[in-house]
Design a protein around this ligand. Structure first.
Ligand SMILES: C[S@@+](CC[C@H](N)C(=O)[O-])C[C@H]1O[C@@H](n2cnc3c(N)ncnc32)[C@H](O)[C@@H]1O
Length: 289
């Protein structure tokens, strides 16, 4: 009689222990499954963040942070003043990313390429050694070496070409009969539709220098010959000098002048291709520089 309750207590104890063990194993397993699935989904989330980062996150692109650090630490200041740079910056704010052609590689080149972030900025430079110096420091800058066959001392003769039909005719610069048309650039320069063109080269401060006569003329021709119908903003620096003043007035036209800030002139030139009969310069001659 005394053995029966004892055996009942023993089996009850065994039952409770086994149930507790089963519950414990079940609980531990669940915890481990859920913690591994959380850590897995966190990794996936991070990976997803990383892959979408280049296009969607607010991280500053390395090229822009490099440019920022360069200009903050350099002792060389670009030649254009704050007010002059602001003129083309305002247009880049609206048009970039876009196609930007710059005559001349200089201390401001990294700034132009950065302001046109994700667009194409191409520099045309006459000095091979200078290209090597600049692109060694800033390998991301795209530049072509170009040869000019004009001399500043011939500019008084060349301005007479303003009156000739050959120079008023709009065509691809490679097909132009005007002696001011630059024909030696890589094909890509003639085939790209440039949204902005900055003429800040070639050198033009002594008689034997090439001067900017043909660069100004060709910039105007590229704008007029644009086949996508777009307008081109053309900028000329150093208009305090006779060549930049006279050639920009003659070939980029007073009627296309938007503004002048310091030594910088800004012209907006429409495509002439889609408007047959458009005069080389618009009739408005009232504007004074
Ligand atoms: C008239 S500068 C204007 C450059 C630009 N606005 C700037 O602030 O640097 C343009 C031309 O000067 C020449 N140039 C500029 N800096 C130079 C340098 N340190 N050494 C040699 N040539 C240089 C290049 O041939 C270039 O095309």
């Amino acid at each position: 009689m005394r053995n029966q309750p004892q055996s009942f207590i023993n089996s009850k104890l065994i039952f409770i222990c086994c149930s507790t063990l089963v519950l414990l194993i079940f609980f531990l397993k669940r915890t481990s499954i859920s913690s591994s699935s959380v850590s897995h989904s966190n990794t996936r989330e991070e990976q997803h963040q990383n892959t979408k980062c280049p296009s969607q996150c607010t991280k500053l692109p390395t090229s822009l942070s490099d440019a920022l650090v360069h200009y903050v630490t350099t002792e060389i200041t670009p030649q254009q003043t704050f007010n002059e740079v602001s003129v083309s910056k305002r247009i880049l704010d609206k048009k970039s990313p876009c196609n930007f052609l710059v005559f001349g590689l200089g201390h401001d080149s990294l700034m132009w390429a950065s302001l046109n972030h994700a667009g194409r900025t191409l520099f045309l430079e006459e000095d091979k050694a200078w290209i090597e110096t600049v692109t060694k420091k800033f390998p991301s800058l795209e530049s072509y070496h170009v040869v000019y066959d004009t001399k500043l001392k011939d500019s008084n003769k060349l301005i007479e070409l303003e009156k000739t039909e050959d120079c008023k005719s709009v065509s691809d610069p490679r097909d132009s009969k005007c002696a001011l048309s630059l024909k030696g650039f890589p094909a890509d320069v003639y085939e790209t539709q440039w949204d902005l063109i900055m003429v800040d080269a070639p050198t033009g401060y002594h008689d034997e220098a090439p001067g900017r006569m043909s660069a100004i003329y060709t910039a105007g021709l590229l704008a007029r010959n644009r086949f996508d119908g777009g307008e081109t903003d053309v900028f000329v620096h150093d208009v305090n000098r006779p060549v930049e003043d006279e050639f920009s007035a003659a070939f980029l036209c007073r009627g296309y002048l938007k503004e002048q800030q310091g030594r910088l002139r800004h012209f907006t030139i429409p495509s002439h291709r889609s408007r047959s009969g458009t005069p080389f310069c618009p009739a408005d001659k009232s504007r004074r520089f």
